[in-house]
Design a protein around this ligand. Structure first.
Ligand SMILES: Cc1cc2nc3c(=O)[nH]c(=O)nc-3n(C[C@H](O)[C@H](O)[C@H](O)COP(=O)(O)OP(=O)(O)OC[C@H]3O[C@@H](n4cnc5c(N)ncnc54)[C@H](O)[C@@H]3O)c2cc1C
Length: 403
């Protein structure tokens, strides 16, 4: 039998792909990573917020250029301007410079012996005579495709997940399960090293506006709104409204932003839906945003991608070269029992938040305190619901889904 070119092929050099390649390479695996981008980390399509938890868990010492500024907490703001300031280990972290962060993470994998090829798109899967996945077809810089073999292929492709789909995974999001986003990098914005989140149906229907502070009085000011609302396909849709129009309105009405400059504009899509039904088949696994391992409240996926990649790497190492579905399954089991549970509770919370009116939001924000938010984000809803319902019993109708 012909020897494979590599032990593992990883598609995508985002946080999931670079983490997995680093952890496998340091165990002696011959890892090949392909990324279609000309330069890793660019262009940036991200709010760049990252909680410190995952970086600490993986014992990563982020160098200065990867960090734009430190974050000491969060400020969440209701439609009527009532706010809760919430500072704890859940809300501390950084706003990154992702163009350095993604590349630096990949450099750490290369230092461990992983190989990476930028500007190289994986265009298809190859299978052996028995129909087993045995590698990929790639095209470097749009040139003649060629085949590369490995007994394990990993999709760390992000939201597009084209190769995961070719492998049979239902990695297709409905409009309801994604938010369309728009973001400006702005300057000058006098901030307090807090991430700021603004809620309200007039501000960001089925979503929120974020202000993530950066160094030199800069900030990423962005918005995500339910994609189904933008196109008006579902009842209640706001036909013709785009995230940028909502964001511009927000900025015009924000006293500290209305005169600020814009240094960068971009649009993007985030997943806020459920993870895909399964992450592994024989000789293939899916990790990170490709598997929809994202937070359904805010669409954040960097930490979840890195955490899942570490779990996947552990299962691959333990599989001892047998990449059958059964041997890869522990990755999925561990994920679903841990982060998966948290993601499921947040999905439920997102759905409940969707049915709240601006008036409900105002009441909720006036009633609960920062310590309640802590419990809510951990999925412990009961104490906050009791407080909210005590003063507005009619909210039990929408909140009961959380109990
Ligand atoms: C507007 C916006 C704001 C966001 N803000 C935040 C935030 O503040 N905090 C946060 O945690 N998350 C945020 N996210 C989400 C975050 O960017 C992703 O969840 C995270 O990058 C997922 O990492 P990943 O490694 O799974 O995938 P990605 O980072 O998407 O990496 C996938 C890589 O695969 C490559 N690729 C894809 N297909 C192929 C192919 N066929 N061949 C070769 N290469 C391929 C891509 O070029 C890419 O480099 C935001 C997303 C958007 C769109």
């Amino acid at each position: 039998m012909k020897k494979s070119d590599h032990d593992v092929i990883i598609i995508g050099a985002g946080p999931a792909g670079s983490t997995m390649s680093r952890l496998l390479a340091q165990e002696g695996f011959n890892v090949m990573v392909f990324d279609k981008r000309k330069e890793l980390g660019e262009p940036v399509r991200c709010g760049e917020g990252l909680g410190s938890r995952e970086i600490i868990a993986q014992d990563i010492d982020l160098p200065k250029p990867c960090i734009s500024t430190e974050i000491h907490g969060a400020k969440v703001v209701a439609p009527d301007g009532s706010e809760i300031i919430w500072k704890d280990k859940e809300t501390s972290g950084w706003v990154l410079e992702r163009k350095y962060f993604d590349k630096w993470l990949m450099e750490q994998a290369v230092k461990q012996g992983a190989k990476v090829k930028s500007y190289t798109r994986v265009i298809d899967l190859i299978k052996d005579a028995k129909g087993k996945i045995s590698g990929v077809t790639v095209s470097r810089a749009g040139r003649e495709p060629y085949e590369v073999s490995a007994p394990l292929v990993v999709s760390a492709e992000g939201l597009e997940a084209q190769i995961a789909r070719k492998a049979g995974f239902p990695a297709v999001s409905t409009l309801y399960d994604v938010d369309t986003c728009y973001q400006y990098e702005m300057q000058e914005y006098d901030h307090e090293n807090l991430i700021e989140l603004y809620f309200g149906n007039e501000i960001a229907p089925r979503g929120y506006v974020w202000i993530f502070p950066k160094n030199d009085k800069k900030a990423n000011v962005g918005i995500g709104i339910g994609a189904h609302l933008e196109t008006g396909v579902k009842e209640g849709g706001i036909k013709g409204a785009t995230p940028r129009e909502f964001l511009d309105k927000f900025i015009e009405n924000h006293p500290k932003l209305k005169d600020a400059s814009t240094l960068e504009d971009f649009g993007g899509i985030i997943s806020v839906g459920a993870p895909i039904d399964s992450f592994v088949i024989d000789n293939f696994l899916v990790v990170g945003t490709a598997a929809r391992q994202v937070d359904p409240i805010h669409g954040g996926g960097i930490a979840l991608a890195m955490e899942a990649a570490a779990m996947a790497a552990k299962a691959v190492i333990a599989a001892n070269k047998d990449y059958s579905e059964a041997k890869l399954k522990p990755y999925e089991k561990v994920w679903r029992a841990g982060p998966g549970k948290k993601v499921a509770r947040r999905l439920l919370l997102r759905k409940v938040m969707e049915s709240a009116t601006d008036d409900d939001f105002n009441h909720i924000f006036k009633t609960i305190k920062a310590e309640d938010l802590d419990h809510v984000m951990q999925g412990n809803f009961a104490p906050s619901i009791a407080k909210v319902v005590a003063r507005r019993p009619q909210l039990i109708g929408i909140l009961k889904a959380l109990i």
